[in-house]
Design a protein around this ligand. Structure first.
Ligand code: AMP
Ligand code: MG
Length: 201
């Protein structure tokens, strides 16, 4: 597999590279990209085959569910069956940003993505390049951290390359990413929201 690495400054997006990355994702390929937390290993979250490739590249057990990344609030309607009032409030306050919400899933989301669960994890990253890439892909992007299982989550494209080169189609190098801490995960499927994983927020 011939992979390419493209460099991109956070304040100067390379729209041509983003379009190519979006095409790779559309076609079921894998693209590593910067987010505000860590580098993500992206694949189409609605395509079972792409999701299987993510698990394989990372050596991640396939019952460990993935988070879907969206670029706009409207994209949520296709993947979340019900959007409770508490979720609306949390999204207004913390999206885009490092907060993941758990919803009941729609049929559009394959069980490969959710590790067999009837719920789906969703977040909207605040990283501008990440959101542009997701928008260009035209589908929610499943993106766990871009490292093989057991390794630390990468905060530079160099780390991603050392670890995953040869198993992915493209790396978007956005330099050192900000937080290095994962997103906070909140389950909003029950009356009372529950924090499942503490994170940056
Ligand atoms: P990450 O490893 O940062 O990509 O986050 C994935 C983690 O999100 C999983 O290991 C779960 O802890 C959590 N997660 C993803 N989907 C769900 C879900 N449907 N229900 C509960 N937790 C989830
Ligand atoms: Mg990780």
């Amino acid at each position: 597999m011939k992979a390419e690495v493209v460099s991109m400054k956070a304040d100067k997006l390379d729209m041509e590279a983003i379009r190519r990355g979006g095409d790779i994702l559309k076609q079921g390929g894998l693209v590593a990209f910067p987010t505000e937390t860590v580098y993500g290993l992206g694949g189409s979250g609605l395509c079972s085959e792409a999701v299987r490739k993510i698990y394989e590249a990372k050596g991640r057990p396939s019952d460990n569910p993935l988070i879907l990344h969206i670029s706009k609030r409207e994209e949520l309607d296709a993947i979340a069956a019900r959007i409770p009032e508490t979720a609306e409030k949390l999204m207004d306050a913390f999206w885009p940003g490092p907060m993941t919400l758990i919803f009941e899933k729609t049929k559009a989301v394959p069980y490969e993505t959710t590790g067999g669960l009837d719920t789906v994890a969703v977040r909207m990253p605040s990283h501008e390049g990440a959101r542009q890439l997701i928008e260009s892909a035209g589908v929610p992007v499943a993106a766990p951290s871009a490292n093989t299982s057991g390794r630390p989550s990468p905060t530079t494209a160099e780390h991603v390359k050392e670890d995953l080169w040869g198993r992915i189609d493209m790396i978007i190098d956005g330099g050192l990413v900000g937080i290095g801490v994962e997103s906070t995960i909140i389950d909003v499927t029950e009356e009372t929201p529950t924090i499942l994983r503490p994170g940056h927020i």
